[in-house]
Design a protein around this ligand. Structure first.
Ligand SMILES: Cc1cc2nc3c(=O)[nH]c(=O)nc-3n(C[C@H](O)[C@H](O)[C@H](O)COP(=O)(O)O)c2cc1C
Length: 370
């Protein structure tokens, strides 16, 4: 399905790293829903890993069900990046992804993240050192370039291919763009063309099956990576794979299925982070699920105050009772509370793209001050 160096993968769809979101519980949830194979952790500082900093170790927490998994490293010191990667390899991690796209100042000022796109020979040497030391594949995630006048991704991709990098993940925005504007598919296409020997994975603004399919067609990419769209719709990987394989669009999951997955997600949060922290962290997760529940105001109000499992159960129980006023005898939303089917399909792309981008906060203001 997708060959990442020596690592054969069962899907060409990938979970993009989102710091603070793509933790073990979420990765396990989307694996269980299906359609995805390799998932990547949030970005981790290479030096913190070498120092065995407890926060960094929590970021790479994984288990046997969370396979294959890549850890995304950031850093600009070749020896640190190599040694952190060797440590991860010894833990059984499947691949190492290098962050070359993060625009945030904290990362860029270390010479890591998107700063790496501006120093081709240095970046190439760093990657070469890692590839020579490791048995597992090394991949890179970058943006199109620093700004519109410096679209370096095709040259950088070529340099990295030469250094033994196995896959390029490309977010179709520049560093200067931050998260504004739209993804430039022609920019991704140029990277695909630049490295015919390597699989290139397109990324950015994919929030529906149709958008994923368009990314493949418009860019010629070998895979698609999805970040914010996976939170808005954890079924996106399963539905996209089904569409690629059969040409058929699966129906939206039922309300019961959405509640089942929400509960599972909560349980995993508690398992991994404990009842206190897991409950508090779940406050920012639950409202994504609720976006597709139909009327859900009281739920959103109650769920952002939970601190314990009992409070979670009460918030959900109260909501399920309250919601019955909008449903018929078989539990389906009565038509006046649903969008008209035609209107729904018309709105789907626009709404999901805007909604999913709104639901995960991105840094605000000019990128220079992030
Ligand atoms: C809150 C947030 C955190 C992110 N954290 C990371 C990260 O740790 N590493 C990384 O390479 N990209 C990170 N990104 C960028 C995403 O991986 C992705 O490239 C970008 O959001 C575009 O894809 P999407 O529209 O599918 O979300 C982050 C984006 C957001 C919104």
């Amino acid at each position: 399905m997708f060959q990442m160096g020596t690592l054969g993968l069962g899907s060409n769809l990938f979970l993009s790293p989102l710091a603070g979101y793509t933790n073990l519980p979420f990765r396990l949830v989307i694996r269980e829903v299906g359609g995805v194979d390799l998932c990547t952790t949030d970005l981790v500082n290479a030096r913190s890993l070498i120092e065995r900093n407890p926060k960094a170790l929590k970021l790479i927490e994984t288990n046997d069900a969370d396979r294959p998994v890549a850890v995304q490293l950031f850093g600009a010191v070749p020896e640190e990046m190599r040694d952190a990667a060797l440590y991860l390899e010894s833990l059984g991690v499947s691949a190492i992804d290098i962050n070359m796209g993060c625009p945030v100042r904290k990362v860029v000022k270390t010479g890591g993240g998107s700063a790496m796109m501006t120093e081709l020979p240095k970046t190439q040497a760093l990657v070469r050192g890692m590839v020579e030391a490791l048995k597992i594949p090394v991949t890179a995630k970058m943006r199109l370039g620093w700004d519109d006048d410096n679209i370096t991704a095709p040259d950088l991709a070529r340099a990295l291919a030469d250094a033994g990098c196995t896959t390029i993940f490309i977010h179709g925005r520049t560093r200067a763009q931050g998260f504004e504007g739209t993804v430039k598919l022609d920019g991704i296409r140029r990277v695909v063309k630049a490295v015919p020997s390597l699989p290139v994975v397109g990324n950015g603004d994919v929030t529906s099956v149709e958008a994923a399919s368009h990314m493949f067609e418009a860019t010629g990419c070998a895979g698609v990576s999805i970040g914010r769209g996976a939170f808005y719709n954890p079924w996106i990987f399963k539905h996209t794979r089904h569409y690629i394989e059969t040409g058929e669009l699966l129906p939206e999951p039922s309300f019961e299925e959405r509640i089942r997955v929400l509960r599972r997600h909560y349980d995993l949060m508690i398992e991994v982070f404990g009842e206190d922290r897991g409950s508090v962290m779940f406050r920012k997760v639950a409202p994504w699920y609720a976006k597709r529940f139909g009327p859900a105001k009281p739920f959103n109000k109650a769920i952002v105050q939970i601190s314990t499992r009992d409070e979670f159960e009460n918030a959900l129980g109260d909501y399920l009772d309250w919601r019955t006023q909008f449903t018929d005898a078989s539990g389906n939303l009565r038509p006046q509370y649903e969008l008209e089917p035609l209107m729904a399909s018309f709105m789907k792309d626009q709404e999901s793209s805007v909604e999913s981008r709104k639901s995960i906060p991105v840094p605000k203001g000019p990128v220079e001050v992030w």
